[in-house]
Design a protein around this ligand. Sequence first.
Ligand SMILES: [Zn+2]
Length: 242
Amino acid sequence: MNEHLRQIKTFYQEAFQTLDGKRDMPEIEVEFYPYIGINHTIRVRHGKVFVRLAEVCRDIPFNAHKALAYILVSKLLRKKIPQKTLETYRVFTKNQKLQEKVTENKRERGRKIITTSRGEVYDLDEIFNYLNQLYFENKIAKPTLTWSARKTYRILGHHDATHETIAVSRSLDDKKTPKYVVEFVVFHEMLHIFHPTEHRNGRRYNHTPQFRRDEKRFAHFEKAESWIGRNVKNFKVKSKKA
Ligand SMILES: [Zn+2]
């Protein structure tokens, strides 16, 4: 973690200390995230706090970051946010340069290719809903689901956190592919949403032990792995987190 981020993290620790000093300090992870606009998220998973700050706000001054920390932590703890804190933060989000960045991001998103979840044989939307209910208590917010534009063979699935998209190789949209194989690829990518990338010592961990454990919960795990091993050469279920 770099110095800038480390400093920002201390604001979150301070906000927790100030707003909820009675409880033990939770473990906090702060990262910048390429949201299109000025969005930030804070959530708790397994007792750990995950903060994602809009990339466009990276360079706002520290006092604005500090105000933002108090705003997000207040929201999490359902505490009232002092007007002054809101104002401190808002002054910087109205900044013209920042607004220009947001406009540019939106323009870029507009250039994105059109996606389709309904294939010739399988409907990714339907598969997602089925898996979400069966394995995730419907807790995963639906990303954009799409069959890849080209028939890639090496990469069967792909989770793009930047655009909240799961893409599945069109090579699998085939009557010869068992449904559990398509389900397994979607399931794997859903796990990437469920277990966000962990950062330790400057490294990113996508397939953590917990991820691998959960992957085995898939009812046809071994059958699916073995089918892929037999039918897809050098396959790789790949995840990208930008
Ligand atoms: Zn993966």
